[in-house]
Design a protein around this ligand. Structure first.
Ligand code: HSE
Length: 355
């Protein structure tokens, strides 16, 4: 039976949940998917580094919570030496789930680059490297003959990037508009129910939707990164962050929300991109008061939806969870499943060629 060894870079909510899934469902997944998963390295800002090529005891790793917990107490080190671990550990796949830095994507860009240069496959939920260095890292992965997968960077585990790439072949995409930030969508909904912005943001943080710095959600930076990813990956737009206009929801008041209700409208933070007649792509993020019969007006809570404009099918909308620890951990699992499918296909093709 095929088995993949994983290195988890970052052991916050998402990678912890992936470890929990492997711990509690590993055998069932192995039976269903045809491959096993073993975690051989973990690094974390608070806990340090733990490298055990024979497989880390996940009950122990998952039990390390609270002040003073450290991998140093379990044969590891108190220092999260990401570079050494990524470059030298025996993992086949590096799973990058550290915080998103919207300025330059670091340190995640380096984590991904070190892993690809070391010949390891990478999956990540981190928007920074994908949005800001996506093309360069994908080209590096291709040169190295390894996979770089990032389904969870947009809409958490809801399939959108891979689905659109694989299933829209032969169609022309004219653009998309969508709700791709669960926190701001949840907050706008709670404001409609009468809460103030700050109170609603705190709820979103407690639910695990909000970024470490929730202004990324509220001011539209998170959607800007996601629009950049979708535009470049699916429309081949060749855009940079500065090309995407951005306005968040902090300017939307409780009064605006009430007035919209009276007018039969609902505020949403909409990220969009459209292909122009000359082939260029225009993209942006802005709060919009949508009429209630608009397809995106009924998308509520942390649910996300992206409506694609296509030439042969008209509008195709993909909707599902856009945030949350379990949902985002599933995205990583879906990336690993996609890698396995690709590797299995490649080796069958080789066998046929050699027959
Ligand atoms: N903070 C993000 C959101 C998480 O609320 O959608 C997923 O990227």
């Amino acid at each position: 039976m095929t088995s993949y060894d994983l290195a988890l870079i970052g052991f916050g909510g998402v990678n912890r949940t992936l470890a929990e899934l492997i711990h509690t469902r590993g055998d069932a997944l192995e039976a269903e998917l045809g491959f096993g998963l073993r975690i051989v390295a973990i690094t974390d800002l608070r806990l340090g580094s733990l490298v055990q090529p024979e497989g880390i005891d996940l009950a122990v790793a998952l039990g390390l919570t609270g002040d003073g917990a450290s991998f140093a107490q379990h044969g590891g080190s108190a220092v999260p030496d990401n570079e050494a671990v990524i470059k030298t550990c025996s993992a086949d796949i590096v799973v990058e789930a550290t915080f998103t830095n919207p300025d330059d994507g670091e340190p995640a860009v380096s984590h991904v680059r070190w892993a690809l240069e070391a010949g390891k496959h990478v999956c990540t939920t981190n928007k920074g490297p994908v949005a800001l260095r996506g093309r360069e890292l994908s080209e590096l992965a291709q040169r190295q003959g390894v996979y770089f997968e990032f389904e969870g960077s947009v809409m958490s585990g809801t399939p959108v990037i891979r689905l659109a790439k694989q299933m829209f072949s032969g169609l022309r995409l004219g653009g998309f508009e969508g709700i791709t930030n669960g926190t701001s969508n949840y907050v706008l909904g709670r404001m409609e129910a009468g809460l103030g912005l700050q109170e609603a943001v705190r709820e979103a943080q407690d639910l695990g939707y909000a970024e470490a710095n929730p202004s990324a959600d509220i001011e539209g930076f998170d959607v800007q990164l996601k629009v950049l990813i979708l535009a470049n990956e699916l429309l081949n737009a060749g855009l940079e962050l500065r090309d995407i206009t951005r306005q968040g929801i902090s300017s939307v008041t409780v009064q605006d929300v009430r007035q919209a209700s009276l007018d039969g409208k609902r505020w949403k933070l909409v990220g969009s991109a459209r292909r122009n007649a000359d082939g260029s792509v225009t993209a942006g993020v802005a709060p919009v008061a949508l009429p209630l019969d608009h397809g995106l007006a009924g998308v509520s809570g942390a649910t996300n939806a992206v409506a694609f404009t296509t030439d042969l099918l008209g509008q195709v909308t993909i909707s599902g969870p856009g945030a949350g620890r379990v949902e985002t951990a599933y995205a990583l699992l879906s990336d690993i499943i996609a890698m396995h499918a690709g590797m299995t296909q490649a080796s069958s093709a080789k066998e046929v060629a050699n027959a």
